[in-house]
Design a protein. Structure first.
Ligand code: 9PG
Length: 494
């Protein structure tokens, strides 16, 4: 039974199970007014990489209706099932319809989705609390996250941040990141060379990305490209006067990892096959990787240990990636937990270990569960040393608007701008200042860089510093001046 109480500013609601068993969702529907000639909505994506922006009702289609993998649909929506109604669009967590913003006020207990369609010249909105098959006991009541009306997306972000203890006080972030030049080929030699070249660059954080780890899942051990331990790497970054930062995908574990080999019971399972639940696929990781079961207390203790160990090793900045993974449907130890609760429990475990002072950047993370845990948040698709996605995109990007490309990153930098310092510090993704070893034209390099600056979001450079010249440095200085001013303007009393 679903109890919905409509108030002057929105809805409060709860679900009570008639009988014991799994519950997928609770819904109610309201009329959002006449459609007019050209009805448009704000369509918001589920996690960091998911596209957000304006969509046309009756014209655009939900990307899940296009052929793709269930993993990819699950990665980009609360409900991994495709939309079959060609006239329905989904917006996750928040939307704008007919000039009114509607948003959930929380996302830690369950996800929230708006399903929006035209009906007889009017706009019909179905509000959905997604419980993802969580088992409820007979007669059990779960209070659902309230849904409210707002005058603007800004107002929603302020309210959501206040209701969820958003962490918005970290300083403006300037740094360097290894990913968008070396990708998985980063080595300790290259990292040390960059540290030396960085002497005159104004970086605080120096963030090592994917490519150092022994295996996906074994984050405290390095591979043959990194002869030194993670402690040694952090010490070298610190000795160069930078804040050590490191990337991990805490909820993933490769089949060959120690964590998967020694604790097969820590992996979530596919319902049909009983095989480890595929959380992602990457050639450079050796293929498919499993998903840790964040309803298992031993897994949470392990995640806490990983967070604590990396901070103790000297990393004050942790980029937690592919963190949507435990939202995927599967068999988990505790069937009473919703996908949202599984993601949140994993994030909180890493935060507990890392402590309150560490800077945590969420990536590939559902926005609803991030607020209050992360200090920074990736809000768009990966940039790439090219403007448009190539025609042949890799498997993980079989979805409209998410392939790594600077154009895709730029779209969300604008459409999720209003979240900056209300929910976290926005991370629009890295600057790439080089004009060689890139397909970006100098105009495109500048256009992206200035957009990052104007957004006030985090400014991390991802280049081989040996490729940068005085022009690149002058551009970075412009970006940082713009960025500091835009950042300060968000918090300045009006
Ligand atoms: C390291 C990278 C970088 C990058 C992250 C993330 O399957 N996918 O859709 C997919 C999207 C993004 C992505 C990888 C896969 O990149 O955003 O900054 O850290 O991982 O592997």
């Amino acid at each position: 039974m679903i109890d919905v109480l409509e108030t002057s500013d929105g809805w409060d609601w709860a679900i009570t199970a008639d009988r014991a068993g799994p519950v997928d969702r609770a819904t109610f529907t309201f009329d959002a007014g006449p459609a007019g000639d050209d009805p448009r909505i704000y369509r918001h994506g589920y996690q960091s990489w998911s596209p957000s922006g304006e969509a046309r009702l009756g014209v655009d289609v939900d990307p899940s209706s296009q052929p793709t993998l269930s993993l990819v649909r699950g990665m980009h929506h609360a409900d991994p099932e495709p939309v079959t109604d060609p006239h329905q669009l989904r917006s996750e967590l928040v939307t704008v319809v007919n000039g009114t913003c509607y948003g959930f006020l929380g996302g830690t207990d369950h996800d929230g989705t708006f399903r929006i369609r035209l009906r007889d010249g009017r706009i019909e909105v179905t509000v959905e609390a997604f419980l993802g098959g969580a088992h409820l006991a007979a007669g059990e009541t779960r209070v659902l996250h309230p849904v409210r009306r707002f005058a603007s997306l800004d107002d929603w972000a302020v309210a959501y941040g206040a209701a969820n203890a958003a962490r918005v006080d970290a300083p403006y972030q300037v740094g360097w990141c290894s990913w968008y030049h070396w990708f998985s080929e980063i080595s300790e030699d290259a990292l040390r060379q960059q540290l030396a070249l960085a002497a005159d660059w104004p970086f605080d954080v120096f963030q090592l990305d994917d490519g150092f780890q022994a295996q996906v899942g074994d984050w405290l051990d390095t591979n043959e490209k990194f002869p030194t331990s993670v402690d040694g790497i952090a010490s070298s970054i610190r000795a160069a006067g930078r804040t050590p930062g490191i990337w991990i995908a805490p909820f993933l574990a490769a089949p060959a990892s120690e964590v998967a080999q020694q604790h097969p019971d820590w992996l979530a399972r596919h319902a049909a096959t009983g095989d480890p639940l595929r959380g992602s696929y990457n050639d450079h990781w050796g293929g498919s990787v499993g998903t840790l079961d964040t309803t298992n207390p031993d897994v949470l203790a392990h995640l806490e240990h990983v967070g604590r160990s990396l901070v103790e090793a000297g990393f004050d900045y942790l980029k937690l990636d592919f963190t949507y993974a435990p939202s995927l449907p599967g068999i988990y130890a505790d069937p009473t937990r919703t996908p949202a609760q599984r993601v949140r429990a994993g994030m909180e475990a890493v935060r507990r270990g890392a402590g309150d002072d560490a800077f945590i950047l969420g990536c590939g993370l559902p926005l609803a569960q991030a607020v209050g845990v992360v200090d920074g948040m990736r809000i768009g698709a990966d940039v790439a040393p090219r403007w448009d996605p190539p025609p042949q995109v890799w498997e993980g990007a079989l979805y409209d608007g998410v392939a790594p490309s600077t154009a895709n990153a730029l779209r969300n930098t604008i459409s999720r701008q209003f979240m900056h310092r209300r929910l976290w510090l926005n991370d629009p993704d890295c600057l790439m200042l080089r004009t060689s070893e890139t397909e970006l034209t100098p105009e495109q390099v500048e256009r992206w860089a200035l957009a990052v600056g104007e957004s006030g979001g985090m400014a991390l450079v991802s280049d081989d510093l040996a490729l940068l010249d005085d022009g690149s440095r002058a551009l970075l200085d412009r970006v940082l001046a713009l960025g500091r001013a835009a950042d300060a303007a968000v918090t300045a009393p009006s």
